[in-house]
Design a protein. Structure first.
Length: 309
């Protein structure tokens, strides 16, 4: 179900001519359609006294940047003819700053990121991850090779999901910390599941060694009792959101162990993984946190990082 457009609302994607950015642009187009808002493709370029090897001889740097942007805009328009798509060429000294600024005006920023050799995650220290650490708005990272079929459950008899639009979406996965639940993060996950008519898979992982009594001294608690208590806390945390989004089916996984391992395991059957990035003192922080950092390193499906206080 598409949402009614609101003035100035849009999804923005950063593009640079790579396979990863093209995958991100197409993912952003599908998300813009789900939200019922326009798509803005932004290509940031920097003048250099020594042009990159990718710039053909006899072509100016700005000319090559414009051709790159036009190519990605044309590709996305051809695949999504009913979607309003605008392209913007931005000259800036800092690609990260320019993309973070573009994200500030959008509902959502979408970026591509190259896979690590041997892994299916994202390059650490890349422009994409630095934008994640600075963006005031949610950022989704998309790997090269992501296609519409990957967002859907397998169709019967080997039929491609593109041929059967009603093929159900895979789960949206939310990493939940009940000690510090965040409204922005939970709402983003529920809204994402609602737009896809998908199931929301909420994962909460705890460590028995971190559970303290009121006087902050370690207290041994029987495993089944501790697990039951954690499950009740998860249900209580989600109850108002389940009431707000009654059409979203929710399944919870509560386990003791490592949260990253559980999220990576769940991501193999997911269309989107949603994690948070805590800002510091109400200002934009410069770090994304160890769990989100690890998820971006190892998860293969698109990952949404939602900033929150």
């Amino acid at each position: 179900m598409q949402e009614v457009p609101t003035m100035d609302r849009h999804v923005v994607a950063g593009v640079d001519g790579t396979a990863a950015s093209l995958a991100a642009a197409h993912w952003a187009a599908r998300e813009a359609q789900r939200r019922g808002v326009p798509l803005r493709l932004v290509h940031v370029w920097q003048w250099s006294p020594r042009p990159a090897a990718s710039v053909p001889l006899g072509t100016t740097q700005v000319g090559w940047a414009a051709r790159t942007l036009d190519g990605e805009v044309g590709s996305v328009r051809a695949a999504h003819p009913g979607l309003q798509i605008d392209g913007e060429l931005v000259k800036a000294d800092s690609t990260v700053s320019a993309l973070a600024e573009a994200a500030a005006d959008a509902d959502l920023m979408v970026l591509g990121s190259h896979g690590l050799g041997g892994f299916t995650g994202f390059v650490l220290g890349s422009v994409s991850q630095r934008v994640v650490a600075r963006s005031p708005r949610p950022v989704v990272l998309v790997r090269a090779g992501q296609a519409p079929a990957g967002e859907h459950l397998p169709a019967v008899d080997g039929v491609s999901p593109e041929e059967i639009p009603e093929t159900p979406y895979r789960d949206v996965v939310l990493g939940l910390d009940t000690r510090r639940p965040c409204d922005e993060l939970i709402e983003f996950a529920f809204e994402s599941a609602r737009r896809r008519d998908a199931r929301l898979h909420v994962i909460h992982v705890f460590s028995a060694s971190s559970e303290l009594t009121e006087d902050s001294r370690p207290e041994p608690v029987p495993g089944p009792e501790l697990l039951a208590a954690q499950e009740r806390t998860v249900v209580a945390t989600l109850r108002p959101w389940c009431e707000k989004f009654p059409g979203v089916p929710v399944v919870e996984t509560v386990a003791e162990g490592r949260v990253t391992a559980e999220l990576v395991r769940a991501s193999t059957g997911a269309s989107l993984v949603v994690v948070g990035r805590r800002t510091r003192d109400g200002r934009l922080g410069s770090h994304i946190g160890p769990v989100t950092h690890a998820v971006l390193h190892h998860v293969g499906c698109p990952v949404a990082v939602v900033p929150h206080n």
